[in-house]
Design a protein around this ligand. Structure first.
Ligand code: SAH
Length: 349
């Protein structure tokens, strides 16, 4: 009985106190391992909280559903951001291409306008809406990026080898690059003045004194149906023996494609009181023609008696003819359009 009681007590005791020798086997290596693992986890968490250098690499793998969703979300939001950025970039590129196309189209339209109206009409046209001039020049600059060499740079180069005391008149100066690049005194003329140094006028009628300049420049600016009157104006303002420098789109002087014969053009200019001093056809895109003003007055009779050699089926489409017949020459829209086509093919249009 006593034994039973003891054993009963003992049982009771065992039940009350779990640390009985009989329960020793509970302290197995497995449990010890669990304890170690818990300690390790606690350490890891602590080091992550302190943001150690390897905090990211030591970051525990998502251990529950929330962690997994969060990590998935951060991945998918990164992916979404990448997609968004790509779309914005694509949109931006398309916009740029569209704007380039539009400005190219506007340029062609305005270029055609300048080649098919008189200088006076062009002046009125741009005066009504000067933003058209900006539009024209944005397109012009864009076209010029396709030219391996700019004619205006050839002229600047020519001037740099001459006395800086020579007075220059830049007819149809555009962005007045010559004035900005040389030491000479340069009078810059264009239809619209975007710079205080540029005088806005139709260049057939400049405010310059007669015989007051040494060099007259027309760089891709012999536009307009009355462009021979620009050359006459240059003759008026040039001193005797002064230089006339002309750079023009090469295709305008290709008789095989309906352009003027360069020889006829040179002769027509000479007849206005100049001597030809240089014909440079070496460039792919433009030609350079240099003249010197003759000492004697213009032989108007020579110009009047000059008869153009006609090229192509449309006799109106002739640079030299329209030049010689200035003042009475009425350019039809068709001839202007044809001319524009040639200029377009050259890359200017
Ligand atoms: N010479 C410059 C710009 C050439 S574009 C260059 O080589 O970079 C032709 C320029 O001639 C245009 O700016 C146009 O406005 C100008 N132009 C055309 N007809 C004109 C006229 N009648 N009077 C003044 N400028 C004219």
């Amino acid at each position: 009985m006593k034994e039973e009681a003891t054993s009963r007590n003992g049982k009771r005791k065992r039940q009350r106190n779990p640390k009985t020798p009989k329960e020793e086997p509970n302290e197995t290596p497995k449990n010890q391992n669990n304890d170690k693992k818990r300690q390790r986890d606690a350490k890891t968490q602590k080091s992550n909280q302190h943001g150690g250098s390897s905090a990211l690499s030591k970051r525990p793998k998502p251990s529950n559903f929330l962690d997994t969703v969060l990590s998935l979300l951060s991945f998918s939001s990164l992916h979404l951001i990448a997609v968004e950025v790509t779309e914005v970039l694509n949109c931006f590129t398309k916009n740029l291409q569209l704007r380039e196309k539009l400005s190219g189209g506007n340029f062609r339209r305005l270029n055609e306008k300048l080649y098919t109206c008189s200088g006076k009409e062009a002046l009125d046209y741009f005066n009504e809406d000067p933003t058209l001039f900006d539009m024209y020049h944005t397109g012009y600059q864009q076209q010029m990026t396709n030219w391996p060499e700019l004619p205006v740079n050839s002229i600047i180069n020519w001037l740099s080898f001459r006395r800086s005391s020579l007075v220059v008149a830049d007819f149809g100066c555009g962005d007045a690059r010559i004035a900005k690049s040389v030491k000479n005194k340069v009078f810059s003329f264009d239809l619209v003045s975007k710079d205080p140094s540029v005088i806005a006028c139709d260049m057939s009628n400049t405010p310059l004194e007669s015989s007051s300049v040494d060099v007259a420049v027309f760089c891709l600016s012999l536009m307009g149906t009355n462009y021979s009157s620009y050359i006459k104006e240059a003759h008026r303002v040039l001193r005797p023996s002064g230089w006339l420098l002309i750079a023009e789109v090469k295709s305008r002087f290709d008789p095989n494609n309906g352009g003027a014969d360069p020889k006829d053009f040179v002769k027509a200019v000479s007849d206005l009181g100049f001597c030809s001093s240089l014909k440079d056809f070496s460039n792919k895109m433009f030609i350079l023609l240099h003249f010197k003003k003759k000492a004697e007055p213009i032989s108007l009779r020579a110009v009047a008696s000059w008869r153009p050699k006609l090229h192509g089926s449309d006799s109106r489409f002739n640079l030299v003819r329209s030049f010689a017949a200035s003042g009475r020459y009425q350019t039809g829209r068709a001839s202007g359009l044809l001319f524009w086509c040639v200029v377009s093919c050259s890359g200017l249009g």
